[in-house]
Design a protein around this ligand. Structure first.
Ligand code: TYD
Ligand code: MG
Length: 457
């Protein structure tokens, strides 16, 4: 009988302790420690030990640089965030809310990869083979190279990988897979860590590109541990509003490329379609009539500027403490902008509720959105409109000054291409003298930007 040992492991961050604690000392979550039993003979790192390491240390200058083989997904939005396709033998984590479309995008990618002659093993731990077949028919995927394997045991998966020798392995999802090396149930930190470890060794030793699908918890983390993010080469989030049709692939970590890129898709009845001109999509939602509290900003997501509408609503509060609610913008950013508007412009929000919403369900975390947010709030408070043909770009400092932003020319070109006529930009940003596609208004301070909007009314 194997000697059993138990540990309490935080399901949020992976912190381990010998006894129960109500609060995790590492990440501060309450009630997240779960007892996990482990056999002493085969500890969680058993996976690593199974692979005999024959490598020896080498001098840096002697190391040969192998050619990085990339496999295109034939979906340009996906290739863009990967940095030009999957790197062979890499381990990719695709994370997102349940129901957002992870299985759909993966199956569609499999279809394209099979068309270019790749052999794929799709491990479906959540759906039956016939469910997947139905979905594949809906997506019009019909391939001789795609193996569907409804399985949850890591040992069986490993032996099938050895038998089939695929170019790609898909694990849908990691939370449903278990390994016999660890006694705890599937989805626990130890299981996720162990199974990912095994997959990583298979990927690296056999040069098999592995895509691991993971669900995200309601507070936005990949269910189970953050440890998963450290183990893999690339972390891709699939996000979007479940109640709207478009979705965004965003790379959060990429050992082989840029991390600021986004790929945009639209969910249709026959699967996900690429959106090559996202500005049409986000601006389509904009009401044609100019309204107080609306401003268009130009964010720079990766290599592509995106035009997004910011809406604000300011009204007398009926609460003891006025409400500040944001959707798509960081709340502390709004607090800071309100503080600057109060101190440097003289507006007063102490008895006002302020709501800020980024249209289209997208997240804006770039500081260049500050000025747009401030103008949306200020114009709503003063009941004036920002000219709907104007885009607003600029970061706000605490003394009310407007800081320059990067890639200004690219942003302006994109705004001009989308039919805008005017741009309010930071004074310190240089624009070529012969740039005549837009009327440029340069502002040094927040108050100047507000004055130029008000005077235009
Ligand atoms: P799915 O890929 O199963 O999500 P996940 O794997 O992230 O849990 O996507 C499920 C949703 O997508 C479901 O609500 C139905 C919708 N859908 C479409 O709208 N069109 C389609 O062609 C497909 C396959 C799914
Ligand atoms: Mg799924």
């Amino acid at each position: 009988m194997a000697k059993v040992k138990s540990k309490w492991i935080c399901q949020e961050c992976g912190y381990e302790t010998a006894g129960y604690l109500g609060k995790c000392p590492e990440c501060g979550s309450w009630g997240s420690l779960v007892e996990e039993v482990q056999y002493n003979e085969k500890m969680p790192n058993a996976a690593a030990n199974e692979f005999v390491n024959t490598e020896k240390p080498e001098l840096l200058k002697d190391i040969q640089i192998g050619e990085e083989v990339r496999v295109s997904t034939n979906i340009s939005e996906f290739d863009r965030i990967l940095g030009g396709g999957f790197v062979q033998g890499s381990l990719i984590l695709l994370a997102g809310d349940p129901g957002i479309g992870k299985s759909t995008i993966t199956l569609q990618t499999c279809g394209r990869l099979c068309d270019s002659g790749k052999k794929i093993l799709y491990v479906s731990a959540e759906e039956s083979a016939s469910q997947l077949r139905l979905r594949a028919e809906r997506l019009n995927i019909n391939s001789d190279n795609l193996y569907i394997y409804p399985q949850t045991s890591m040992d069986n998966i490993k032996s099938q990988i050895e038998e089939i020798q695929p170019d790609f392995v898909i694990i849908d999802s990691i939370q449903a897979i278990y390994s016999n090396n660890v006694a705890s149930s599937a989805g626990s930190v130890s299981q996720i860590r162990e199974c990912t470890n095994i997959l990583m060794h298979i990927a690296k030793s056999k040069n098999i590109t592995t895509i691991v699908i993971g669900h995200v918890t309601k507070d936005g983390n990949i269910a189970g541990p953050k440890v998963l993010e450290h183990m893999v080469d690339t972390v891709i989030y699939f996000e979007g509003d479940k109640y709207k049709s478009y979705r965004m692939l965003r790379s959060m970590k990429n050992r082989f490329g840029n991390t600021s890129e986004v790929g945009i898709f639209e969910m249709c009845t026959d699967g996900l379609h690429e959106v090559t001109n996202p500005n049409e999509l986000f601006l389509n939602e904009r009401s044609r009539v100019a309204a107080p509290g609306s401003a268009i900003i130009v964010t720079n997501e990766g290599t592509r500027p995106l035009m997004v509408e910011i809406q604000a609503l300011v009204g007398t509060t009926s609460y003891a403490a006025p409400r500040r609610v944001t959707n798509g913008v960081d709340l502390s950013r709004l607090h800071q902008i309100l503080a600057v508007l109060e101190k440097r412009v003289g507006l007063n929000f102490s008895k006002q509720d302020v709501y800020v919403n980024v249209m289209g369900g997208i997240e804006v975390d770039e500081p260049s959105a500050d000025l747009g947010i401030a103008l949306a709030v200020a114009t709503c408070a003063r009941d004036v409109v920002v000219d709907p043909q104007t885009v607003i770009i600029g970061e706000i400092g605490l003394s009310g000054e407007i800081h320059p932003v990067n890639n200004i020319e690219k942003r302006l070109n994109e705004a001009a291409a989308a039919g805008f006529k005017k741009a309010i930009i930071p004074y310190a940003n240089n624009v070529p003298k012969d740039f005549d596609k837009l009327l440029i208004i340069k502002v040094k301070r927040l108050v100047d930007a507000i004055v130029s909007c008000v005077s235009a009314n």
